[in-house]
Design a protein around this ligand. Structure first.
Ligand code: PXP
Length: 259
């Protein structure tokens, strides 16, 4: 990709775990909508929320409030089920990211099998897109899955960064480089297909820089780390620091590309 065509890197802040803390006690505090406003003020470009089948964090009312009250685009993460489709078609968020979902998992463990589930996913992608919702598929960094996203007509993919972050946590340098390489190659391939490529899952201050340096990424979606770190540093300064790391990485990568 030429430097002149590089887009700025957007930050989507996932506020699910503000709702996790609220739900631990019931009641209204802390309020994910307030967190969304704070994220906007700190420089987020979008808000991401995952309405899970079991409503373990974000609830239906949160989606309604986020749609009514926040100025930023909402990215609704959802499983490909009729229930979630009806909710998305009702609210018409800016974007819907289709994710695999298993009730017993702690978080979204792997990417969607867009290739293997083509026939199941097609009506979901089509019906969301027909309503003007920007459809994204959360997939592993794998050429076959990117080809499947293209053939399904999804304009956006989000590459799962979980394996990359795990390799960093385990201190496995070889695997870390391998996973980073996989992301780099897949992001370039997705761009070459005309897809907009996002990334997310497990990103932290320590792992964001190499990913933000990949110029093919247009957006990073980050949640758990930001909300957890906000306990120590506050949401505003935590998001600002993440933004600054992303901006620095992107500026340096663009500089080395044009040098
Ligand atoms: N992107 C997608 C599609 C996700 O499912 C999640 C987790 O909900 C994230 C990004 C954010 O991951 P994390 O909370 O680990 O930053």
């Amino acid at each position: 990709m030429g430097v002149e065509s590089v887009r700025p890197l957007r930050l989507g802040v996932n506020i699910d775990h503000v709702a996790t803390i609220r739900n631990a006690r019931g009641g209204e505090h802390p309020d994910p909508v307030r967190a969304a406003h704070a994220a906007a003020a700190a420089g987020a470009d979008g808000i991401t929320a995952h309405l899970r089948e079991d409503r373990r964090h974000i609830r239906d009312r949160d989606i309604e409030m986020l749609m009514n009250e926040i100025g930023l685009p909402l990215n609704l993460e959802m499983a490909a089920t009729e229930e979630m489709l009806a909710i998305a078609l009702h609210h018409k968020p800016h974007a819907s990211c289709i994710v695999p979902e298993r009730r017993e998992e702690v978080t979204t463990e792997g990417g969607l099998d867009a290739a293997g589930q083509h026939n199941h996913l097609q009506p979901f992608v089509s019906r969301l897109a027909d309503t003007g919702i920007r459809v994204s598929l959360f997939i592993n960094a794998d050429q076959r899955q990117l080809d499947a996203a293209l053939s399904l007509g999804a304009p956006v993919v989000e590459l799962h960064t979980g394996a990359y972050c795990e390799a960093w946590l385990e201190g496995d340098d070889a695997r870390f480089r391998e996973e980073l390489d996989r992301l780099t190659v897949a992001a370039a391939y997705g761009t070459s297909l005309g897809l907009e490529v996002h990334a997310g899952h497990g990103l932290t201050f320590d792992t964001v820089t190499p990913v933000a340096s990949i110029l093919d990424f247009a957006e990073l979606n980050i949640g758990h780390f930001l909300i957890g770190e906000a306990i120590f540093g506050g949401l505003d300064s935590t998001i600002k620091r993440m933004r600054a790391l992303m901006n620095k990485a992107r500026a340096e990568a663009m500089g080395s590309r044009s040098a």
